[in-house]
Write a protein of this length. Structure first.
Ligand code: SF4
Ligand code: SF4
Ligand code: SF4
Length: 300
């Protein structure tokens, strides 16, 4: 009998679940060791019995829970708390689960401001919203963090393989820059941060290590303050491979880091004027608005 697995998505877009499917051939070996007992995306499980007759949320007991998405409403909070009670190890999958992700950009406004700006009459027959969007570890204990929007299939495979062997798993505290092959000269080619509508300079016929660092070319790249891991077994981080700057989707390099402050320092250290970047608060916290990184500003 394999390890029992519960997989659940909360305030999520299903991109994390696609990353699970993207594990491809790795699954051939891994699946032999696992038994999925709950996965709403693929298995028809209802929370309150198949005909809604139950009064308690029904989540089966399991060895591992893999949960994607942040927590926006009361139902997601209850489901998460029940999963935590029933499962020995909880994996937070994807940046919504580890840091709030894109949904936590909403934390810049109160829930009343958001609901009133969308609905004339906010709906009453759906689960009530929490005051803000939460990462999983603000509600329950998380054992393993697999960040990324979406996460890299290799990281998911490595985390699950480690658990099968009875080990734990985490990404090292390194930055995207540490795994980036682009050329650095430690000074910017201009003093202002350019808009991405302007073209980067590179020769598509030449390899990545002959291209100048995107940040030093004056464009936004959050590589200095973003956790490495999206590179997998390839030669460069995912966005850098596509010759665009890192947007920060793997979240901070370490817990408690302040990417906004660190990024301003990184810009200044090569002579870029960070003050010229519009909406820095949202831009530099784009994937990490939980943990109180984003809050409504006091009214002026
Ligand atoms: S982390 Fe990204 S891919 Fe995963 S659920 Fe959130 S938005 Fe979707
Ligand atoms: S700032 Fe961006 S382009 Fe430059 S080294 Fe870091 S990750 Fe690579
Ligand atoms: S380069 Fe940055 S934004 Fe792109 S996948 Fe990697 S961590 Fe995410």
């Amino acid at each position: 009998m394999g390890l029992k697995v519960v997989e659940e998505f909360l305030n999520a877009c299903s991109g994390c679940e696609l990353s699970i499917l993207n594990m491809g051939e790795t699954w051939v070996d891994v699946l032999k060791e696992l038994e999925f007992v709950h996965m709403p995306l693929l298995i028809d499980n209802k929370y309150f019995g198949q005909t809604g007759e139950g009064t308690q949320i029904e989540i089966p007991e399991a060895d591992i829970a893999i949960v994607s998405g942040s927590v926006r409403n009361e139902e997601q909070k209850q489901v998460l708390e029940e999963i935590r009670k029933k499962c020995k190890i909880l994996i937070a999958l994807g940046t919504c689960a580890t840091n709030g992700g894109i949904p936590a950009l909403a934390n810049m406004w109160s829930k009343e401001e958001i609901l009133n700006s969308i609905y004339v009459n906010p709906p009453k027959d759906v689960p009530a919203w929490l005051d803000r969007v939460y990462a999983l570890d603000e509600i329950v204990k998380v054992d393993i963090y697999v960040p990324g929007c979406p996460p890299h299939a290799k990281n998911i495979a490595d985390a699950i393989t480690a658990l099968i062997k009875g080990e734990t798993w985490s990404l090292p505290e390194r930055s995207v820059c540490d795994s980036c092959p682009l050329k650095r000269e430690k000074k910017a080619s201009s003093g202002t941060v350019k808009r991405s509508l302007e073209n980067l300079e590179f020769d598509p016929e030449k390899p990545l290590d002959e291209m100048r660092c995107i940040m030093e070319q004056g464009f936004l790249c959050l590589g200095p303050v973003t956790k490495a891991g999206c590179r997998g077994d390839s030669d460069a981080p995912r966005c850098i491979r596509a010759r665009i700057g890192c947007r920060g989707c793997f979240g901070p390099i370490r817990k408690g880091a302040k990417p906004m402050v660190e990024m301003m320092t990184a810009w200044s250290s090569i002579g870029l004027n960070a003050q010229a970047v519009p909406d820095r608060r949202a831009l530099l916290n784009r994937f990490i608005g939980a943990h109180n990184n984003l809050r409504p500003l006091p009214k002026r």
